[in-house]
Unconditional design. Sequence first.
Length: 445
Amino acid sequence: MKFGGTSVADAAAIENAARIVSAERAASNIVVVSAMSGVTDALLAATPESVEPIFSRHLTTAEQLLHGSELERFNEFVKRAEADVRELLHTQNTFNHKSVQDAVVSFGEILSSTLMAAVLNQRDRPARQVDARRCIITDEEHTSAAPLLGETFRRTENELRPLVESGVVPVLGGFIAATPDGVTTTLGRGGSDYTAALIGAALNVDEIQIWTDVTGVLTADPRVVPNAQTIARLSYSEAAELAYFGAKVLHPKTIQPAIENSIPVRICNSRLPHEPGTLVGPQSDTSRRTIKAIAHKTGVTIVQITSARMLGAYGFLRALFEVFERHRTVVDVVATSEVSVSLSLDEVNALPAIVEELQQLGTVGIEKGRAIICVVGEGLRGTPGIAGRVFGTINDITVSLISQGASSINFTFVIGEEHVKDTVIRLHEEFFNHEKAQESQKENR
Ligand code: ADP
Ligand code: ASP
Ligand code: MG
């Protein structure tokens, strides 16, 4: 059971999350928590002079939740954490910046998990905080480390199984991990979902539950489409595509560990715990709807390489993609023609160096401020006319890249960032509201 930042944002939210955990009496459960909302951002921006409010927020929250020795112990823990963070911040400029940053932000999850374990204990649900850095073992890529699966599974099993078997609820901070040598790393922003999935896979659990502030995965981002609807069931592939292309409700890597053991992933609303939310599993549902959801992602850069040398030549694409590999830059969407390749990037730190190397291969063009729109559904396979409907709906907006694989369950294209809201709203209207109206018309006939 993973609770995100808003689900542990204050005393009332933590109380509520603890109630949800306690209600699950029949099953033995494991809890993963994010930092209280806003704490990771605050720690990332912190200086030794500015950290105090982060810690006093934990203290005032604990005062509303704990009493007696439980409260005293937590207060002491917070004081020590504050001193540790100050010391780390003083060294930030002397040592490797990213590794100090990981050590600093890790306190968000360390504090929230310690508090959650204390609250559960006080509710007579025996619980113990377990340092996730003893379970999730990663490479040394600070700020976006990749787990070493064998070692992670072995350690998680050793650390958590005995607790679970003796009826104690292990409570871990998400997002944080360590190298085999014990140096703190993190899994990337939003990574607590991934922690939950890794632990679920390690212990081969019955279900991975992601408790958040919306009722499951919705047909579009609710910040853009307020009347977006909960999707009852999604296949693993559908959920993974939505997560890759911007549906923030799931970290993009969450689905991977679940697939291996066919573990269902349920996304629930911690404020409306009785709503069923979304169930992600091997199968999609067989609804008439071809499209399940629309995802979007802004802040995308398009790189276009044009070269006559590509014509009829082999090895060109390899040379091109090796440039991105050398600079450890992930490419998302790709489209090629005889003489040009267009591709999209999220991460542009290495862009100047990449462009310099690409210029050896051809003429390079860059478009910044782009957005990816992705319509997803298993029904896209073999349904004709989807592209026509999509582009018919937005025929006044310029599209700069289109991609749909042969057996693909997504249809993806790139537009200017300024058109994102309008595009998503219009597509949602076309594929959801309009279709719904037609269905009910048929039923009334
Ligand atoms: P948590 O802190 O619980 O991990 P996040 O903020 O990371 O929560 O993710 C939940 C948010 O994701 C929602 O509040 C919503 O604004 C956003 N979101 C974007 N796209 C979708 C979508 N398709 N379905 C549900 N939520 C989405
Ligand atoms: N606290 C981390 C973040 O804000 C991880 C998470 O919330 O999933 O990115
Ligand atoms: Mg999240």
